[in-house]
Design a protein. Structure first.
Length: 101
């Protein structure tokens, strides 16, 4: 999105895709923290479960933390690529982002 090579329809589609991905991953990870959800069993006995009530401030803060973590991981690759786009080049080919892999 930084180089403005996207058509308006493509940009909107990409933004919706990212938003849906963030919401879906946050929903799944927030279930780990919801009271009554059992996340892990050892020998058919629940060993790890969520403890936060759904409407509590603690649960909302955990969801906010999950959204922040997911968003930061999704943006790390493109930001790193943009920051090092001009600095890391060989034969006019930028290779900053693949260094993260």
């Amino acid at each position: 999105l930084v180089h403005d090579k996207w058509l308006p329809k493509q940009r909107v589609s990409l933004q919706w895709s990212v938003a849906v991905s963030i919401v879906a991953m946050t929903n799944v990870l927030a279930k780990f923290d919801r009271r009554g959800e059992v996340v892990h069993y050892i020998e058919q006995k629940p060993s790890l479960g969520g403890i936060a009530p759904v409407c509590s401030p603690a649960f909302l803060l955990v969801v906010l933390c999950r959204i922040t973590g997911i968003t930061s991981r999704m943006l790390l690759f493109p930001f790193f690529s943009e920051l090092l786009h001009e600095e890391l080049r060989i034969y006019n080919i930028s290779f900053g982002a693949p260094l993260l892999i």
